[in-house]
Write a protein of this length. Structure first.
Length: 715
């Protein structure tokens, strides 16, 4: 890795110089007061409200960078319309985003895309998902300096920047007999690395289109003919690591990773651990899911890879309950409750009610504006980081793609939805119960849901009635709010009113037709409580961010197990420390205030063995009985330390170009440059294990590139 990094130093020093001149660097400098109200915390976004922008469709701040020719046509929803980074900068400066309380924006992938028309659907790459050169900016969105100006303007306005990033593929290269003018070409800063056809160095995977039938099939086959990058190829691996470093060095705070279900999880963990060695950044991925049920591959991915996920489950449940009425509030609540159980870190998952891949909420709800407003109330007060899809706060409509990606209809700051968002975004910053709190139902029927979030001494109580024709009496519902009178945080915008609480129950309260209200109490915590630790995995020396409350203003102590960590910054709600030099393993993290009160919260912080490399393990001739799968075990934490309950797998066995039964394979992140010992096991659903015979296999892992080992399974 040292080698790989030094190669990019020269190209980066120009950017670094510009950054030094222009940018308030977004580093974890020591802070006092309320660092969380600024952009100093790029590791945790739990107090933030994200605004998702399709860059081409938001605001054209500079018509001179618009494409010419066939790919530009503002009247065609599949062509470029002219929106750009200058436009976003202007909308930050004119107060549209800050007025809504937005503290993070997620923009389209900024990398250079194909400049030709995709003949399979006569579309231009206005959406940014057809990358060609990940080291160059998409010129139709602006120049590198326009990008940096947008980042700096955002930071000056306490807004973080998230880029969409699609390391899964370049552009479409296969669709029947069609000839694609750009052949899925991948360039590195202008130099061609490979095209999809004549790909002599295996830069791409060359399986048929995925049929989406299994996770394995999604990973190694192409999605609709998009030239599928082979991340386990050393050239592709360093290409993608260096590319994301470059964008993070521009000051980017977060990454939305496209199509995480379609890339090897081990490679993604490896990419992430490389990122975390240099940057504190929040990473969340898109695991597309059309259902409200848990998918254990999906939540397993979030829990194991360290990449948070977009919460399709909650989105689908809110859409079904408030949008088209196919679910009721009690069913919605059971999804809310279940999602809290399926994720290790529910507060780090990203929520939404619509996006660029589904119909706009207003279209789904048949124009019922109150349904949209109520959907925002539920999303913004539920666990997870809420995302507003650009234009939906203006009640934009549109069915499926590309109709859901229309031009911004207006920038009206007086819409009810805009006002509701602004009140709740402010509350998310002010009251830690929304960022980190537990969730408890307090009253419900098919139409009404009353629930409460609580964190330490802070509480937020939410009541929503989706029925626009009928009201309900919710008098007597229980609450953790202390005795007193509470005004509606929404300033009665959705028909709410003042609430009286006596003895842990709410006084007379009628929740009228279609009404919603939010009441809150935000009391100081005198003992420390941990909300989040971000990330949850790392290497000695990496910086880790602990957010929560009651840490005190004077510097205290943080321990990993019994070992104290060096403190980088300390405030009452945010502490940054360096992972101490300790052996790989899972650790309790304890925060102790300067006055001596302490809390242990997370008991599974994973300290890795060291810098990581991605290795493909292949077990040949491993014949199994029905129900058995092949797993990997070895003598380091990353390989489960010989503990069969932590074995890596189940392995894949159905990809012809890599390995197919009786051969099995899996891509794994392991420590680089070390001698490891490993063995394969056969394991069934019940946990019965058959060990591979003979002595352990041995392998020296590579440094600065990927590896592959292939051995016969020893029966
Ligand atoms: C998911 C994105 O959100 C979608 O818009 C895109 O077309 C595909 N991934 C492929 O990049
Ligand atoms: C009935 C509601 O369904 C339930 O959610 C609530 O807890 C009780 N009423 C008491 O208010
Ligand atoms: Ca433009």
């Amino acid at each position: 890795m040292v080698n790989r990094k030094s190669k990019i130093v020269t190209s980066l020093c120009i950017f670094a110089l510009v950054l030094t001149l222009l940018a308030p660097i977004n580093a974890g400098a020591a802070t006092t007061g309320e660092p969380d109200s600024a952009v100093s915390n790029s590791a945790s976004f739990s107090t933030d409200t994200i605004y998702q922008i399709v860059t081409d469709r938001f605001f054209d701040g500079n018509p001179s960078n618009n494409p010419s020719g066939d790919i530009y046509d503002p009247s065609n929803p599949r062509k470029y319309h002219g929106g750009d980074w200058d436009g976003i900068t202007q909308k930050i400066n004119d107060g549209y985003l800050t007025g809504m309380g937005i503290t993070a924006i997620w923009i389209s992938s900024p990398v250079e895309n194909i400049t030709s028309i995709d003949p399979s659907n006569n579309s231009a790459s206005y959406h940014g998902y057809w990358g060609r050169d990940f080291y160059r900016p998409n010129e139709y969105f602006g120049s590198a300096s326009d990008f940096m100006e947008m980042v700096n303007t955002a930071h000056e306005n306490n807004i973080k920047i998230i880029i969409d990033f699609a390391p899964n593929h370049t552009s479409t290269a296969e669709y029947g007999d069609m000839v694609f003018p750009e052949n899925g070409n991948l360039y590195r800063n202008g130099t061609l690395i490979s095209g999809f056809k004549n790909d002599t160095n295996n830069i791409f995977n060359h399986e048929s289109w995925t049929d989406f039938s299994t996770w394995e099939n999604c990973v190694y086959h192409s999605m609709y003919g998009l030239a599928d990058l082979n991340q386990m190829n050393g050239t592709v691996d360093s290409y993608l690591k260096d590319a994301i470093d470059m964008w993070l060095d521009y000051g980017v705070d977060g990454i939305r990773v496209d199509a995480v279900k379609h890339m090897p999880m081990g490679w993604q963990s490896n990419w992430l651990s490389d990122i975390y060695e240099e940057h504190q950044t929040f990473v969340f991925g898109e695991w597309f899911n059309g259902s409200t049920a848990n998918d254990s591959d999906m939540t397993g991915f979030a829990n194991e890879s360290g990449i948070s996920l977009l919460e399709f489950r909650l989105a689908n449940a809110i859409r079904n309950t408030l949008g088209n009425g196919t679910m009721d509030m009690q069913e919605l609540y059971s999804v809310m409750a279940d999602r809290e159980l399926s994720y290790k870190e529910i507060n780090d998952q990203v929520t939404f009610v619509d996006n660029h891949d589904m119909s706009r909420f207003m279209t789904l709800a048949n124009g019922n504006a109150r349904a949209l407003e109520n959907a925002y109330v539920i999303m913004m007060t539920s666990s997870g980081i809420p995302t507003i899809y650009y234009g939906s706060e203006q009640y934009a409509t549109g069915g499926s793609d590309p109709e859901n990606r229309g031009d911004m209809p207006s920038f009206n700051t007086t819409t009810t939805a805009y006002q509701v968002i602004s009140k709740l975004a402010a509350l998310r910053k002010a009251n830690a119960a929304l960022a980190y709190g537990t969730t408890k139902e307090r009253w419900m029927n098919d139409d009404v849901l009353v629930y409460e979030r609580t964190f330490g001494n802070s509480t937020v109580l939410v009541a929503v009635n989706r029925n626009t024709k009928q009201g309900y009496d919710i008098t007597g519902a229980l609450t953790a709010l202390p005795d007193g009178q509470y005004d509606d945080v929404l300033s009665n915008l959705l028909g709410g009113g003042t609430l009286t609480v006596t003895g842990g129950a709410i006084g007379s309260y009628y929740l009228g037709a279609g009404q919603a209200a939010v009441w809150q109490c935000d009391r100081t915590d005198t003992v420390p409580i941990i909300g989040n630790i971000d990330p949850l995995v790392g290497i000695a020396g990496n910086v880790v961010t602990i957010s929560g409350s009651g840490f005190g203003s004077a510097t205290g102590t943080v321990r990993f197990g019994t070992k104290a960590a060096q403190v980088v910054s300390w405030s009452d709600s945010l502490v940054q420390v360096m992972i101490p030099t300790i052996s790989a393993g899972l650790y309790d993290i304890t925060v102790t205030t300067s006055l001596g009160s302490s809390t242990a919260n997370y008991d599974e912080f994973k300290v890795l063995t060291g810098s990581q490399t991605a290795v493909r393990f292949i077990a040949k001739d491993a014949f199994t009985e029905y129900g058995q799968n092949i797993y990997l075990l070895g003598n380091c934490l990353e390989l489960g330390n010989w503990d069969t309950s932590k074995a890596i797998g189940p392995f894949f066995n159905a990809t012809d170009s890599i390995a197919a039964y009786p051969d099995w394979f899996f891509d794994v992140s392991v420590p680089e440059g070390v001698d490891i010992e490993y063995k394969f096991i056969k394991k069934d659903e019940a946990g019965n294990v058959i060990w591979e015979g003979g002595s352990n296999h041995t392998y020296t892992t590579p440094t600065g590139t990927t590896g592959e080992v292939s051995v016969y399974f020893y029966n």
